[in-house]
Write a protein that binds this ligand. Structure first.
Ligand code: HEM
Length: 161
């Protein structure tokens, strides 16, 4: 399984986009900008729903309405994150693969947070029908915020490992 991943990483590094992002002077910072733009949309819309579930902030809409309003932007943001992340990874895939922080980020916390997010987004329709959310919704919102903080914490460690 690991051999397969290494093979995939080597192939990615040799692709035209992998070579392009690695060798061009501006492509890497530009791709980071893409990753961060996606992150602003993705994490921003996640946080808005999570805080509404927790019960903080204005209550102009129910959590269920907010979930529906933000749904499309939320997943557009994720697609941009994924595109930028994959391109950054392609630039030095074999190096990232052995990076401890990258492994924690992508191997553990991103899948965990993503699954939790899908669950929360799905349940928000039931939890969020009244102005005040139940205790379970508050817990779920808070847990999601903490999970994304863990992802970011590992992500910023990547350059030092
Ligand atoms: C979905 C949640 C994600 C979050 C919250 C996230 C967060 C971040 C952050 C904050 C950084 C900047 C680290 C720094 O330079 O200090 C970063 C960089 C990076 N991310 Fe992500 N990311 C996510 C998803 C992904 C995915 C899905 C991939 C790959 C497929 C990816 C690959 C990368 C790579 C390769 C870097 C560059 C590290 C470097 O140049 O030092 N990320 N990410």
């Amino acid at each position: 399984m690991y051999g397969l991943l290494v093979g995939f990483a080597k192939w990615l590094e040799g692709t035209p986009w992998g070579i392009g992002v690695r060798t061009s002077l501006w492509a890497y910072p530009f791709t980071q900008l893409v990753h961060f733009t996606g992150l602003s949309i993705w994490l921003g819309t996640n946080l808005a729903l999570d805080l509404r579930l927790v019960g903080l902030g204005k209550k102009r809409e129910t959590a269920a309405q907010l979930r529906d309003d933000l749904f499309a932007w939320n997943w557009i943001g994720f697609c941009i994150v994924l595109l930028g992340g994959l391109l950054l990874f392609s630039a030095s895939a074999t190096t990232f693969l052995v990076n401890v922080a990258f492994r924690w980020k992508l191997g553990v916390f991103v899948p965990l947070a993503l699954l939790w997010h899908i669950f929360v987004q799905w349940k928000a329709r039931d939890w969020g029908v009244t102005e005040n959310t139940p205790a379970i919704a508050k817990f779920a919102g808070l847990a999601e915020i903490l999970l994304w903080i863990c992802v970011i914490w590992w992500a910023v460690q990547i350059p030092n490992h």
